[in-house]
Write a protein of this length. Structure first.
Length: 275
């Protein structure tokens, strides 16, 4: 699905790539912030070409890097990186910040992080900066023709609803009601993204949150995944897909494409030998 998505013929020679979201796609913005959500020390980056931390929350390349490779592009620089100027702006930009969620109160424990609405402000700022170089009409075309990747949602459960027993959000909402609320807020975010020019957006669902290593380390006795977090994923992803279909109907085009991150990750877990 991703291969087909990035190979759509374009009316321009090169395609810009724009990245929004959380630690799954942050490639170094948080290194420029005073925050505890950082990936600037060992063992991060041990399998990166430089074998050093890069601000990516990964042992090596992350998802935007791999997509960029497939598109034949340099991976877009973090928006806060001073090197993002001049011709580098034509490649796009990575606005992602580890720790954030759909909700503004997600990740408050990490202090200074770039919440999603601020990321969208930076996206508008980026377009002005690009317009100063190539003109506003051409800048608008670059954005309209660009590919967008967004990863949100997991932290709203792991670092908000289930962060501590009887969290504020879990006292306020039952899990099904919380999922509906989060999905409705996500719709507002994606609508704004459309309003500021995004026209081809790959939306990552949540993976099997109850199976991530941190959850297994803290809560699993025999390797079993967290039932509650798995339940949250099972509720969130279908409602996300329904919302994207509804939003596409509203916009009259297939702007938002769902990536089934849950299926991909469960394939890794159930059939690791294949990878």
């Amino acid at each position: 699905m991703v291969v087909a998505f990035v190979n759509v013929p374009l009316r321009v020679k090169a395609r810009a790539f724009f990245v929004f979201g959380d630690s799954l796609v942050d490639n170094g913005n948080n290194d420029f912030l005073v925050t505890t959500a950082r990936a600037d020390s060992y063992p991060y980056g041990i399998d990166f070409p430089t074998h050093r931390p890069t601000g990516r929350f990964s042992n090596g390349l992350n998802i935007p890097d791999l997509i960029s490779e497939h598109m034949g592009l340099e991976s877009p620089l973090p928006y806060l990186n001073p090197l993002l100027n001049g011709d580098n702006l034509l490649n796009g930009a990575n606005f992602a910040s580890a720790g954030i969620g759909i909700l503004n109160d997600t990740g408050v424990q990490f202090l200074n992080i770039i919440r999603i609405w601020k990321q969208l402000e930076y996206f508008e700022q980026y377009q002005v900066r690009l317009g100063d170089i190539i003109g506003p009409d051409q800048a608008r075309q670059v954005v309209n023709e660009g590919m967008v990747l967004i990863s949100l949602g997991g932290n709203d459960f792991v670092n908000n609803y289930y962060l501590v027993p009887f969290s504020a959000r879990s006292r306020q909402y039952s899990l099904p009601d919380f999922v509906r609320y989060v999905v409705s807020e996500y719709r507002n975010i994606l609508s704004k993204m459309y309003d500021v020019g995004a026209r081809r957006v790959l939306v990552m669902g949540t993976g099997p949150m109850g199976c991530v290593p941190a959850e297994l380390a803290q809560h699993s006795r025999a390797g079993e995944c967290s039932i509650e977090l798995q339940r949250a994923s099972d509720l969130f992803n279908p409602q996300l897909n329904d919302m994207l279909r509804s939003l596409n109907d509203e916009k009259g085009d297939q702007v938002f494409i769902a990536a089934n991150t849950m299926k991909m990750h469960m394939d890794f877990i159930s059939n690791p030998q294949a990878y």
